[in-house]
Ligand binder design. Structure first.
Ligand SMILES: [Zn+2]
Length: 89
């Protein structure tokens, strides 16, 4: 039964600590401006999440394919919950 393969891939990174990466350094995929290629599995997509209230890009993300979690060093930040400093240029 080779159908289990997908499940294993999806579960392989569950529970692992997140990897800190720079969102700006990732490869964009699709026609979205923020979707990135997962540097862990090389196939999955990191969709990037937004805070539903502030629409601020969140630092925490995870791959849709391998479930590896990522933390963007150049998005969101530790202050993403609470007072987010306005940081645009
Ligand atoms: Zn992945």
């Amino acid at each position: 039964m080779t159908r289990e393969k997908d499940d294993k891939l999806a579960a392989i990174n569950v529970g692992r600590p997140s990897i800190t990466v720079r969102h700006a350094g990732l490869e964009r995929v699709g026609n979205g401006r923020f979707k990135s290629l997962c540097p862990s599995c090389g196939k999955g997509v990191l969709p990037v999440r937004r805070d539903p209230a502030t629409l601020e890009l969140l630092a925490e993300d995870s791959c849709l394919l391998c479930s590896q979690r990522f933390s963007y060093s150049d998005l969101g930040g530790p202050s993403s919950k609470g007072h987010a400093p306005p940081r645009r240029s």
